[in-house]
Design a protein around this ligand. Structure first.
Ligand code: ZN
Ligand code: ZN
Length: 388
């Protein structure tokens, strides 16, 4: 009997490692060679000697990491590293996000990083309009996230969602109240800026958002002009304005300049009532850069993989579901999960910036609530009927 094929990705203390290629994927400790799926802080860290990422990620990566030794690869192009053929394919998560396809001795593995695909509707309008859409890649083994891997997570159609954001903003503007919409400054903020109706009023941003906006514009993404809040001399302008800022501004003195205003929070976690209450905002909009439950199922199914490894999110629920589908399923313990919409990963070292720390508070609360929901759902509800 021939020996079973060797695994193309294994766990090491530094991160996910490709033994034949001698490189890491999104490592959390400094290594010589890092292949990066995307520029969120928990997946792309400082301190590696060499970085490889998708070409459209260059601007956001350099914005976040500064001077790094970065080699880029166009989506679909391949390089050979110690006999491993490496190519990058769009993940639909944020600008430049990539799935990493590895081919070695006839085996194909895909490490997807974080990805966005709305599973309820097979409609191009449901893609993330700020980056290339998720591309299914056939493989033997698929390494997947599971941030929203529970049947309760089903995203609303985007045009409905943005219509409700616009309606909230318009009503505030008509009442002479500023609209403060909080969302993570990389990815979420640009989704909001791209998706809202610019005719309602002026749009201003927090200083943490604008450097990323510039990187998106430089990559050709249509993001409106967004002066900084601190550049606005006439405070009356705020009364019709939409202000996009990271969650860390909530309750801070930075918001006082707006006077009476309505605040809202955009996150996948807003689907949980407890998370909405906990954030204590006027409105919660369910907007995520991650696949919902049907999206995860559809993405995994489209790979044709008979083996799936879950990296972060609701691993146990997803592994169980995959097993029920007759797939070989397992999980990797990673240190991902500290960026905007993610559950905290295993390690505290993942959280660096205060913005992420503030976000994490909300996430941990929803984690505990959601874990209870997960148990209940996994034991009772058939997958097709759960959620709304
Ligand atoms: Zn991410
Ligand atoms: Zn992630």
């Amino acid at each position: 009997m021939p020996a079973p094929p060797a695994d193309l990705v294994v766990q090491r203390p530094e991160g996910l490692y490709c033994p034949p290629g001698d490189f890491y994927i999104d490592p959390w400790r400094p290594v010589d060679r890092a292949v990066i799926t995307h520029a969120h802080a928990d997946h792309s860290r400082r301190g590696h000697a060499h970085y490889l990422a998708a070409a459209p990620a260059e601007g956001v990566l350099r914005t976040r990491l500064g001077e790094i030794d970065l080699q880029t690869l166009a989506y679909g192009d391949a390089i050979d590293h110690f006999g491993v053929r490496v190519s990058l394919h769009p993940a639909g998560h944020v600008l430049g996000s990539a799935q990493i396809r590895l081919e070695w001795r006839g085996q194909v593995w895909v490490a997807s990083g974080d990805y966005y695909v709305a599973g309820s509707r097979d409609d191009p309008a449901e893609g993330n309009a700020t980056c290339d859409p998720f591309e299914p890649v056939r493989c033997h083994c698929f390494i997947t996230e599971s941030t929203f891997g529970l049947p309760i997570y089903r995203w609303q159609a985007q045009r409905e969602l943005f219509a409700s954001i616009d309606a909230w903003w318009r009503a505030n503007a008509d009442a002479g109240r500023a609209s403060l919409l909080m969302g993570y400054s990389f990815g979420k903020a640009q989704r909001i800026l791209k998706g809202v109706d610019r005719s309602i009023g002026p749009i201003y941003v927090h200083g943490a958002v604008e450097p990323l906006n510039r990187a998106y514009r430089a990559a050709g993404v249509d993001i409106p002009a967004t002066p900084l809040v601190t550049e606005v001399k006439d405070k009356a302008l705020f009364r019709r304005a939409l202000i996009v800022a990271p969650p860390s501004v909530q309750g801070s003195t930075w918001t006082r300049r707006f006077g009476e205003h309505s605040d809202a929070f955009a996150s996948g976690w807003m689907q949980l009532r407890g998370a909405r209450r906990r954030r204590a905002v006027d409105r919660g909009f369910v907007l995520s850069d991650h696949a919902d439950w049907p999206g995860l199922q559809r993405a995994i199914g489209a790979t044709g993989a008979d083996r799936v490894i879950v990296t972060h999110g609701y691993e146990a629920v997803m592994v169980r579901w995959l097993g029920d589908q007759g797939l070989e399923a397992g999980s990797f313990a990673t240190e991902y999960g500290a960026d905007d919409d993610e559950l905290p990963g295993g390690a505290s070292g993942a959280v660096a910036a205060s913005e992420e720390a503030a976000e994490r508070v909300a996430v941990e609360v929803s984690d505990a609530a959601a874990a209870r929901v997960a148990e209940a759902i996994a034991d009772t509800a058939p997958v097709d009927d759960a959620g709304t």
